[in-house]
Ligand binder design. Sequence first.
Ligand code: PHE
Length: 340
Amino acid sequence: MSDNNLKTIETAALEALAACTDSASVEKVRVSVLGKKGELTLVMRTMGQLPKEERPAFGQMVNDTRRVIENALEERLNALRAAEQAARLEAERIDVTEPAAEIAQGSLHPLTIVQEMLEDIFISLGFSVADGPEVELDHYNFELMNIPKEHPARDMQDSFYFSPNLLLRTHTSPVQARYMTTHEPPIRIICPGRVYRCDEVDATHSPVFHQMEGLVIDKGIRMSDLKGTLDEFAKRLYGPETKTRFRPSFFPFTEPSAEVDLTCAMCGGKGCRVCKGTGWIEVLGCGMVHPNVLRACGIDPEVYSGFAFGLGLDRITTIKYGISDLRLMYENDTRFLSQF
Ligand code: PHE
């Protein structure tokens, strides 16, 4: 075994290392030179064949060679690892300044927008918002509203019944009944919500639609309070030029009763397609709360009086946005909904 041989191994190992392009190939070089069956290891094993006195010098030479190769290995490995890490970091790099993919944002349903708008108007007039169940007892939906069984007015409101005493509410009046039976006057509430009637679906009818009813009860409430309140509401809804028109009507739960028209917001009363040339649009039913209703709900009609009104949110919404078909509001088509 000569110096030369060790030098050859060393040179070959260093060349092999220089040619390595990744840490795995460095490991291969390590195994082939320094591993159990590696070239240098085999050389070391031949030491036993040498005369005793030559062994220390030989061992020293082999160890020197081993150290040189080990150092080169480590150096190469470090360099390659650093390069690999740099490459990985570069590949995984996130450009935080890059514009993000747009996140589709939802929007409010037009009915919700209008409901909130009307709530704001009435809240600013001193009303609070009351809520009640959509699956309602006949007792609240009809009985307390002065619509006893067999009353012809029940025909006006073809209803979805679950059982003789349970139905989908046909108006939001039962919310008022529930409120009156649990609260002392003065009462000043609005009750917005979904209501249901057996109706065929077409451009202007839907078996589910939305109402907002209002109720005011106190001592000395008169028809003029009703007119003043609805007049103010109309002006805040469609602008200060808006006029109201009260026409006598009938509801079982109010007496006297009226239907209310507002000057058409589209044409300002001149007559257009929306108001069918009349200059007016009908938006409300209203009246003074019937004494039978007050009494049934535990309020003394000799002491208190009140007014109530009900308006259709769907109609106000279709007019406000020029929506020609009611069905659009119930189909959840995002092409329609994203416009609001
Ligand atoms: N509850 C009535 C309806 O659904 C609306 C209304 C409420 C009318 C209050 C007058 C007074 O038609």
